[in-house]
Design a protein around this ligand. Structure first.
Ligand SMILES: Nc1ncnc2c1ncn2[C@@H]1O[C@H](COP(=O)(O)OP(=O)(O)OP(=O)(O)O)[C@@H](O)[C@H]1O
Length: 260
């Protein structure tokens, strides 16, 4: 379970990116965070794995008080939380398999780290993660020869190989075309459903969020202004989340969402 209790985040420049956030997310939920650019979506997501520190309040993940973790504890904690980025974050000049195997590096002995020789069990786990996202046949292909969608699947496989409880996805489809976006969202859905992994995703494409997520958290100016079922999101709810002078943003978000 992920629990935000009265969480604030104020950056050094005095921008209050999170303002008294109170939410709890159960294991296995698929949650999309939506809102205008600058609303605080990335900050909210990135506090969960301590990429950003909260300023006050309490953030609990499976009974761990995230702010209290120190040094090695943070690294161990992060092993159970996968992170997917818009830009895939892969090493493009090497193979798909090597990119997935990278997730095991922290577990390796010094000898294996130096020699880059991975154990049989790691190779099996990596290949099985690639199989889960339907790109096992690309295992020995260099990443720079893959499409954007295939690269995002490699990133997903790398995360899955870690055996995470939670996947945080920060705009995972922002640089993909509509059809590929749909395939990647299907992967997230399958992983969420079949492996009971919590998926928490920032997404600008409202229609896609409503189609794939079970729950929507709407953020505006650092505050949660909607938290409910995706099936219950109405035009009025969207107007509330995207309220202000940014009608264009809403139109843009809707426009982005039109896919075949
Ligand atoms: N490292 C930082 N230092 C200072 N201010 C920041 C930092 N990161 C974000 N902010 C500010 O915090 C607020 C929330 O930003 P955040 O990136 O969380 O929004 P967002 O909803 O994810 O936006 P986008 O959809 O454009 O990615 C914004 O006003 C932003 O300018």
């Amino acid at each position: 379970m992920i629990e935000f209790i009265n969480v604030d985040k104020v950056y050094k420049n005095n921008v209050k990116a999170l303002d008294n956030i109170n939410i709890s997310i159960n294991q296995g939920e698929f949650v999309a965070i939506i809102g205008l650019s600058g609303a605080g979506k990335s900050t909210l997501l990135r506090c969960i794995n301590r990429m950003h520190e909260i300023t006050s309040g309490q953030l609990m993940v499976n009974d761990t008080n995230v702010s209290k973790l120190k040094g090695k504890e943070v690294r161990t904690f992060r092993r159970k939380i996968g992170m997917i980025f818009q830009s895939f974050n892969l090493v493009t000049r090497t193979t798909v398999l090597n990119n997935v195997l990278v997730s095991f590096v922290p577990d390796l002995s010094l000898f294996r780290k130096w020699t880059g020789i991975f154990a049989y069990e790691h190779k099996v786990k990596a290949l099985s993660a690639l199989d889960k996202v339907g790109i096992l046949d690309k295992a020995f292909v260099r990443v720079d020869q893959l499409s954007g969608g295939q690269q995002q699947r490699v990133a997903l496989a790398r995360t899955l190989a870690q055996n995470p409880d939670i996947i945080l996805a920060d705009e995972p489809i922002a640089s993909l075309d509509p059809i590929t976006s749909k395939q990647v969202m299907e992967d997230f859905k399958i992983i969420n459903r079949d492996m009971n992994i919590t998926v928490l995703m920032n997404i600008h494409h409202v229609e896609v969020a409503l189609e794939y997520a079970d729950r929507i958290i709407g953020v505006r100016e650092g505050k949660v202004v909607y938290d409910g079922k995706a099936s219950e999101v109405t035009e009025a709810v969207l107007n509330h989340i995207y309220q202000g002078n940014q009608e264009q943003e809403l139109e843009k978000a809707k426009g982005d969402a039109v896919y075949a």
